[in-house]
Design a protein around this ligand. Structure first.
Ligand SMILES: *Cc1c(COP(=O)(O)O)cnc(C)c1O
Length: 271
């Protein structure tokens, strides 16, 4: 249910690189409370239940000590962009038995083995080769994996994800992979401070989902929309996000520039 007045929510990209470092459990508690309050406010603007939005804390580049503090503040799942870094952290933290891991970055087939071993969720599925590699490794491990199909909604050639017009065909191949439980779509919006451009990416993903959900193949559920990060999660929620992936607003700014993760990120966003 939408309000009639256009939403004027701005991006928080001006804070990029300036989020204060969380250095204690108390810092993490405060940051999590602040993010949850903004999630609730965004939900209220469009008549959604805040319980319909999952906050996924993104811990990439942050040291194990930091993750342990976040765990102490209540985090039970972390999102990591690079499979090897995620695997290393998982190995170091197996003492935290209820901690789960979501891999949210591009995967090469030769790293499927790692992901199959420890991840609970993989949000960046964008090729049949990766689906095949994961299926084989998951079968060997006797495990299943929740997956999100990554869609390129910004049209930038350097971004990962399937072009929107290839998603329907891709989905039809997925039921053959019995260890992959398809949950929905994931996207990265254009990294722009322009709220209108960012919102357009989220609208595109939601509309694609609404259209394809009507005749989704058996066993493929498209309930989830993973979209929105520190700079734009409020807009994503207004457009239907069920998962927001938030790093810097919880952990503090990263020292690694975004261009390291997303080839298309420009200097403008890395100040
Ligand atoms: C790093 C990352 C995020 C979180 O970005 P922040 O700006 O730290 O909130 C979200 N999604 C993906 C795919 C990422 O790699």
């Amino acid at each position: 249910m939408k309000t009639n007045t256009p939403l004027a929510t701005t991006t928080l990209h001006d804070r990029h690189g300036r989020w204060p470092q969380a250095e204690s459990t108390e810092d993490f508690r405060r940051n999590l409370t602040a993010v949850h309050a903004r999630i609730a406010a965004a939900c209220q603007r469009v008549g959604r239940d805040p319980a319909s939005v999952r906050l996924l804390p993104v811990s990439k580049t942050k040291p194990e000590g930091s993750l342990r503090l976040a765990y102490g503040a209540g985090c039970r799942m972390f999102g990591e962009n690079k499979p090897q870094e995620a695997y290393r952290k998982w190995e170091a933290m197996t003492d935290l038995e209820d901690l789960r891991w979501s891999v949210i970055g591009h995967l090469q087939t030769n790293k499927a083995k790692l992901v199959a071993r420890f991840a609970a969720e993989f949000q960046a599925l964008d090729s049949l080769r990766v689906a095949e590699a994961l299926e084989r490794r998951l079968q060997a491990e006797g495990r299943c994996l929740d997956v999100f199909v990554q869609v390129n909604t910004s049209g930038e050639a350097s971004k990962y994800g399937l072009p929107p017009d290839e998603v329907a065909t891709f989905l039809r191949q997925l039921p053959t992979f019995s260890a992959l439980r398809v949950r929905g779509f994931m996207t990265l919006a254009v990294l722009s401070a322009e709220a209108g451009q960012v919102r357009r990416c989220f609208v595109l993903l939601r509309e694609l989902r609404d259209r394809l959900r009507q005749d989704a193949p058996d066993g493929v559920s498209l309930d989830e929309l993973s979209m929105g990060m520190s700079g734009d999660y409020e807009i994503a929620i207004e457009e239907g996000a069920t998962v927001v992936r938030v790093g810097q607003a919880i952990f503090g700014a990263r020292s690694t520039p975004d261009a390291y993760y997303w080839p298309s990120a420009t200097a403008e966003n890395n100040n």
